[in-house]
Write a protein that binds this ligand. Structure first.
Ligand code: SAM
Length: 277
């Protein structure tokens, strides 16, 4: 196995989703760095993989990354896996990959399951252009503010959610988006896989009425704002930006507009520049 760090996607439920190449890499590398070694042990046992493992999680990533990159720079090979799906996607690994790139160590993706793409492709919500938000903040005010920043977003927005927060999140989403289309994708690739699409309010009511639908792992796929609504958002951004630029430099004004009204800082900065011109 060529000396490199292999970023290996593992199944998000159905073990049949481990790719041939992932198996080959897991068998062939010198060491597997796993988010939770006990969890990954079950996967490796299922496929008769006996490669040595070490842990790499959010609490030890920086120091572990240093040791691992040194070993790979000296010729060994390493696979990074998380508990499920693609490492780094709402999972540890960014520090390792970023440090490896800084050190000139080769990083090789071994793609496979990821809850974002699994949910998107079966949701029936447009998925040509999408934004991934990941987990929403737990605190009520921060959660609502984060959602409101997508009011005028025309791209589909993808969220991850856990069973004990899903109903609360759907309730806040109903206040903010009401009749916008939402798909709830639950327990993907597993026995109780469910994909339900409706207006945000319909999905909230459906989940509220059936406690079984509150169990498991969730992806929420929210349709983007209509063209007309997105246009209202753009007009509103221009109005707010015009006012902010009276007192602030473009960079600071753009950061506030992006933060409160959604979209990227770069997009807001372009509005600021066009207004200055
Ligand atoms: N790295 C993973 C990936 O590639 O999707 C995501 C890890 S993140 C810590 C775990 C979250 O992903 C869950 O809380 C849930 O929102 C989503 N997720 C993972 N597996 C899922 C599944 N089988 N069905 C629905 N959502 C899932």
């Amino acid at each position: 196995m060529e000396s490199a760090i292999y970023i290996v996607a593992t199944p998000i439920g159905n073990l049949g989703d481990l790719s041939f190449r992932a198996l080959e890499v897991l068998n062939g590398v010198d060491l597997i760095a796993a988010e939770d070694t006990r969890h990954t042990r079950r996967l490796l046992d299922h496929f008769d993989v006996s490669t040595k493992m070490c842990s790499l999680h959010e609490h030890n990533e920086r120091e572990r990354a240093e040791e691992l990159i040194k070993a790979v720079a000296e010729g060994s090979s390493l696979a990074l896996v998380s508990d499920a799906g693609t490492p780094l996607i709402s999972d540890p690994g960014h520090i390792l990959v970023s440090m490896a790139r800084d050190a000139g160590v080769k990083v090789v993706p071994v793609p496979g399951a990821c809850a974002i793409t699994a949910a998107l492709c079966a949701s029936g919500v447009p998925c040509g252009r999408f934004v991934f938000e990941g987990f929403l903040p737990a605190k009520a005010l921060a959660k609502k503010a984060c959602l409101e920043a997508y009011l005028y977003e025309s791209k589909t927005v993808v969220f991850y959610e856990s069973p004990h927060r899903v109903l609360d999140t759907l309730s806040v989403m109903s206040e903010v988006f009401a009749d916008r289309t939402l798909a709830l994708a639950r327990e993907l690739t597993k026995r109780f896989e469910t994909i339900y699409r409706g207006s945000v309010v319909e999905v909230r009511d459906w989940v509220e009425e059936d406690t079984n639908q509150q169990k498991g792992e969730f992806v929420l796929v929210l349709a983007g704002a209509s063209e007309e609504r997105a246009q209202v958002g753009d007009d509103e951004k221009v109005r707010v930006m015009r006012r902010l630029l009276k007192d602030l430099p473009p960079k600071a004004a753009s950061a506030i507009v992006a933060d409160l009204m959604g979209g990227s800082k770069k997009e807001a900065y372009n509005i600021a520049l066009s207004l200055r011109e």
